[in-house]
Write a protein that binds this ligand. Sequence first.
Ligand code: DAH
Length: 355
Amino acid sequence: MKNDLDNIKNEFLKALEDVSDSLGLEDLRVEYLGRKGKLSQLMKQLPSMAEDVRREVGQLGNDVKKTLELAFTEVSSAMNASEDVARQQTDWIDVTQPGVRPPGGHLHLVTQAIDEVSTIFKRLGFVSTRHPEVDWDYYAFESLNMPKTHPARDEWETFFIGDGGTVQEGKKGKVVLTPHTSNGQVREMEKKQLPIRMININKTYRRQSDASHTPMFHQFEGLMIDKGVTITHLKGVFDYFVKEFFGPEREVRLRPFHFRFTEPSMELDITCGVCLGSGENEGMKCKICKEGWVELGGAGMVHPNVLRAGGLDPDVYSGFAFGWGVERTMVMKSDINIDDIRVLYRNDLRFLEQF
Ligand code: DAH
């Protein structure tokens, strides 16, 4: 046993001379001085020895341990010091040098427009909600006063969700990709929390693709329902929105129209951002609007049948609704001029980085 201790000591001191870096040094420490190292393995035999031998060998073992630790510490601090010096020479950095700025992204301009629209309506007490973008036919059409075979449905060139060729159908009809955010109207009424001041912004889908249409686009749907809501509230809300979003110089006009889910229905026009309503630009007919006005979107007073579908009594409650395309509203801002709307979703950084 004494011999073994001696051997361990000599082996360790010899190996210490040959070690060349701190990683090797650490390996050596673990091999000899670690909890499962050679020294502690040997010392495990102590309890089986006669008491007087045990005391002597125990003492010797401790001495050897101290010697090894001391030798280790000496080599280790010398090595650390020289490695520090080497590191300082090679890894030197100038902390005063300006850094390399990582490329910073920003929100997509449609997302920016969505934020801006919701912030403006929020100031009027409208609450942003998000109703499903995959929904039942019932919410997208039927509850909006468009029964199953009604031809008015044709305008919403609708995608149906199918499963191996068969369109999925459940107790609320077929499953559609919502062609407009109006599906949120009856859903919001079903929450039974009145008054309602909802702004539902979502993705919408139609089978269309050309310079002014993309198959996926965004709409925002406003709905206000309470006792005594009239068309003057609707006009007031539009005026506020248009002046906040487009600028104080823009005017609003309500033009009679037809939708199945509103009565009366109207389209909302605003004065053109280029000719500011005059219809003329530099002595010629304005190229953008030709007549001074551009169309923003649809609106109207919620149809009694829609209120009924939402479980509300039309003799007690009334309200107005509107639905506009986010992309369209955005490009109508006079400072954005996009001649093909599809560029919004081509993910071309040369375009996106401009905004
Ligand atoms: N949902 C209609 C569309 O996509 C727009 C619309 C018109 C929404 C009138 C309304 C409304 O809420 O009252 O064309």
